[in-house]
Design a protein around this ligand. Structure first.
Ligand SMILES: Nc1nc2c(c(=O)[nH]1)N[C@H]1C(S)=C(S)[C@@H](COP(=O)(O)OP(=O)(O)OC[C@H]3O[C@@H](n4cnc5c(=O)[nH]c(N)nc54)[C@H](O)[C@@H]3O)O[C@H]1N2
Ligand SMILES: Nc1nc2c(c(=O)[nH]1)N[C@H]1C(S)=C(S)[C@@H](COP(=O)(O)OP(=O)(O)OC[C@H]3O[C@@H](n4cnc5c(=O)[nH]c(N)nc54)[C@H](O)[C@@H]3O)O[C@H]1N2
Ligand SMILES: [Mo]
Length: 706
């Protein structure tokens, strides 16, 4: 972050906030106030917003003009957030199931009744099968630390099964860490200094809109922007150069590039000698990856691979913007780890705006995570990607008897949707869903409990795409009988007699204690300052050149072309490409990624405005594949594999390369043709590292539905 610009914006902000911060929301019903908050979604941008409240009602919401990333603009999905807050669909009262599982018939009950019954049911499950028979399921409906992270200690205290929360980013994290010891890279805003930007499996314009202006700035100064994506996304269309390799072949592409770089002596020998380990063994490995071989694997022309390698190695500063698309493959961790070998090989880390930019999660270590700790018995872990299996496999002991869902919509977002739904439909599974809206998961609930939106609760948020923290202050009173997640777990803990005082910490106490840290990045960032300013940049050296002098936080202290830690895990210590299992029948590789600019995972799949704007879920096919199947643009087609089937309209064109099909992720099954959506087809296998999923390695058959 250009810290000077941030500082300037900060002082302007302070003045504005002082004017408005004296006004209390509930104190005076006719008062007009502006309350600063922050977008809760799982998005790298983390926009800061201002909510205008009149007479206790939020009347407008807009991006903060002074925040250096938000810069006054929200995205198409969140701009109408007030419609979500005041949606006629909001869940306003606790409800109990009043029909068969999955039918979505409920009757209103009081909070008291709901809490007593839930506590009693959980206690009897604990008595009979032990606490591990209870599984929480939560991911990223909000990324607020109070509303998303703090509830976990309730589950720790009772000894419930732990949820391995690996559906997003954990494979990327593991792959990056293997090579460079951390997920951290350049300061995101410094991408503006780059002159060669490789967007590698990163759909920036759709998924990370507020980074795009920095890329545009680089472009205006002469930078070349390359997109590497099997799908011709909006971002790929806006790039100067789009390479569309077969999915899951990135490691081969990166190895082919390294082959060219080393053969032509374009690597930075001085940087390699001083700041890396394993170069000689890497160079030997590169013999296996001539451009011709890489071309065969990736199905890209060899000349393109050579051209990319040369341009990448000779243009400075060069940066790779790596997001989480490439991780969702059986070889995803190795792919990420291999891509991360490129910047140290060419010494890209020396320059401002040079190196790699992925997630900024390791900065979150600056917070006092002990604040969220709790004591409890050891418990097994269950991978969230395997939810369907965990709920239906008879060998799971003890069986899962209770599922408590918040901040997530597993009936839509988890792979192998049919199996997940079969699990959720179990009559003997006691399911509690804490939600704002009647999602597909809510349909299967025994109890539905009303949750507050971001306008109605306090929270502290970090950013996984930029480097600041922000406080979300409640702007209005909760709708109906909605309560914050944190409050639900406080009440439930009390009903169940868990008396660890930490389980009763207030939201403000949690925020304050998270900020109690000696980490230099949080220096000067207090609750009071955040109350006043709304947000604060992490204190990082300016300029932030993390690895200009090496010092990678790996076991060797260097970038590891050869990784002993991978070796110890039984993985190849060197970068390698592992092909996916062979198809039995000719099939297409299906990518069900985040293509909708009006969607944020499944969060807007139930909104009329957002679904209308996205029109309908279609399957993109390349003309070559369509013709081979006698499919023409606009036809209804059957898309199936051994997990499930969808019937969708085909869109034939250049949005996907031959051999690849794409469907959008984010549609609720209940709002989709045939009552099923993308994850009805996706594989629930695991990647090689980090226990993430392999969604994008899904294979499908496509034929005309007629
Ligand atoms: N096919 C396919 N599947 C995917 C992906 C893909 O690309 N393709 N991406 C994967 C990735 S990267 C991710 S991160 C996951 C996302 O999976 P999730 O985190 O489950 O997705 P969201 O739809 O963002 O949020 C789920 C729900 O949280 C609710 N919610 C929001 N705020 C609150 C709150 O304060 N309290 C409560 N109780 N509820 C709240 C929202 O109403 C929403 O229904 O999906 C994964 N699934
Ligand atoms: N509008 C919108 N924005 C979002 C979200 C959303 O749902 N909608 N979700 C948010 C979340 S939770 C996350 S994690 C981020 C994700 O942000 P991104 O990682 O940018 O998004 P994805 O769509 O998961 O994947 C990016 C691209 O990877 C490509 N891809 C798939 N397989 C491969 C491969 O093998 N190699 C290569 N090179 N590319 C491949 C896909 O075609 C896709 O275009 O976005 C966040 N922002
Ligand atoms: Mo994600």
């Amino acid at each position: 972050m250009p810290r000077s610009a941030a500082g300037e914006a900060q002082s302007r902000l302070a003045v504005r906030e002082r004017i408005i911060s004296d006004a209390t929301v509930e104190g005076n019903p006719t008062l007009r106030t502006v309350v600063r908050g922050v977008c809760p979604h799982n998005c790298p941008d983390r926009c800061v917003w201002n909510v205008t409240v009149e007479g206790g009602r939020a009347v407008s919401l807009s991006g903060d003009p002074d925040h250096p990333i938000t810069r006054g603009g929200l995205c198409a999905k969140v701009d109408p957030y007030l419609e979500r807050v005041y949606s006629p669909d909001r869940i306003l009262h606790p409800q109990r199931r009043a029909g068969p599982k999955g039918a979505g018939r409920f009757e209103r009950v009081s909070w008291d009744e709901a809490l007593n019954d839930i506590a009693r049911r959980l206690e009897s499950i604990i008595d009979k099968d032990g606490p591990e028979a209870i599984l929480p399921y939560f991911f990223s409906g909000t990324l607020g630390l109070v509303q998303n992270e703090s509830p976990e200690r309730f589950f720790k205290s009772i000894g419930a099964s732990r949820l391995e929360r690996t559906i997003c980013g954990s494979t990327t994290y593991a792959g990056l860490t293997a090579t460079q010891g951390t997920d951290l890279g350049i300061a995101p805003e410094d991408i503006a200094h780059s002159r060669f930007i490789v967007l590698w499996g990163a759909n920036v314009i759709v998924t990370n809109l507020h980074l795009w202006p920095f890329i545009r700035k680089a472009k205006a100064a002469g930078a070349t922007v390359v997109a590497i994506d099997p799908v011709r996304t909006r971002t790929a269309q806006a790039a100067d150069w789009h390479l569309a390799p077969l999915p899951g072949t990135d490691a081969a592409l990166a190895l082919g590039m390294m082959h060219v770089i080393v053969r032509e002596g374009l690597h930075d020998l001085d940087y390699v000698e001083r700041h890396t380990v394993g170069f000689a063994r890497l160079a030997e490995r590169l013999d296996d990856y001539s451009p011709d071989r890489a071309a065969t694997i990736t199905d890209l022309p060899a000349e393109e691979i050579v051209g990319l390698a040369r341009a990448y190695a000779t243009t400075r500063p060069s940066v790779i913007r790596l997001m989480v698309g490439p991780e969702k493959h059986p070889n995803g961790g190795m792919a990420i780890r291999t891509i991360a070998c490129l910047p140290p090989l060419v010494g890209a880390w020396r320059d401002r705006g040079g190196g790699l930019l992925s997630t900024t999660t390791d900065h979150h270590d600056a917070l006092n995570w002990d604040a969220l700790e709790a004591e409890g018995p050891e418990a097994r872990s269950i991978n969230m990607i395997k939810l369907g299996e965990a709920l239906t496999d008879p060998s799971v002991t003890p069986p899962i008897r209770a599922l408590i869902v918040f901040d997530s919509n597993p009936a839509v977002i988890a792979p192998n949707q049919e199996l997940v739904r079969r699990g959720l439909a179990r009559e003997d599974l006691f399911t509690v869903v804490v939600e704002q809206l009647p999602t597909d998961t809510v349909l299967y609930a025994d109890y539905v409990l009303p949750a507050t939106t971001q306008l109605e609760h306090l929270d502290l948020l970090t950013s996984w795409g930029f480097t600041f923290v922000a406080l979300n202050r409640p702007a209005i009173a909760p709708a109906g009988e909605a309560i914050a997640n944190s409050e639900f777990f406080r009440r439930l803990a009390a009903r169940m007699g868990f008396d660890d005082p930490r389980l009763q910490a207030s939201d403000e106490q949690i925020v304050r204690s998270l900020l109690e840290s000696d980490d230099p990045r949080l220096e000067g960032i207090t609750f009071g300052r955040l109350e006043r300013d709304g947000w604060a940049p992490l204190r990082l050296p300016d300029p932030w050149l993390p690895f200009a002098e090496g010092r990678f936080p790996t076991p060797s202290g260097k970038a590891e072309f050869y990784s002993e830690s991978l070796e110890a895990q039984g993985l190849d210590p060197l970068p390698v490409y592992t092909p996916p299992p062979e198809d039995e029948l000719p099939s297409l590789r299906l990518i069900a990624a985040k293509t909708g600019v009006h969607f944020l995972n499944s969060s807007y799949g139930g909104s009329d405005r957002h679904t209308k704007a996205e029109r309908e879920p279609v399957i993109d096919l390349n003309p070559e594949d369509a013709e081979a199947r006698e499919i023409t643009d606009g036809d209804e087609v059957r898309v199936w594999n051994d997990l499930g089937e969808l019937v969708l309209r085909a869109r034939v064109g250049d949005r996907v390369r031959p051999g690849v099909a794409a469907v959008p992720f984010g549609w609720w099954a209940s709002r989709s043709p045939g009552g099923r959506s993308a994850n009805a087809l996706t594989s629930d296998g695991l990647a090689d590292m980090g226990r993430g999923g392999d969604f994008f390695a899904t294979r499908v058959h496509v034929s005309s539905a007629g």
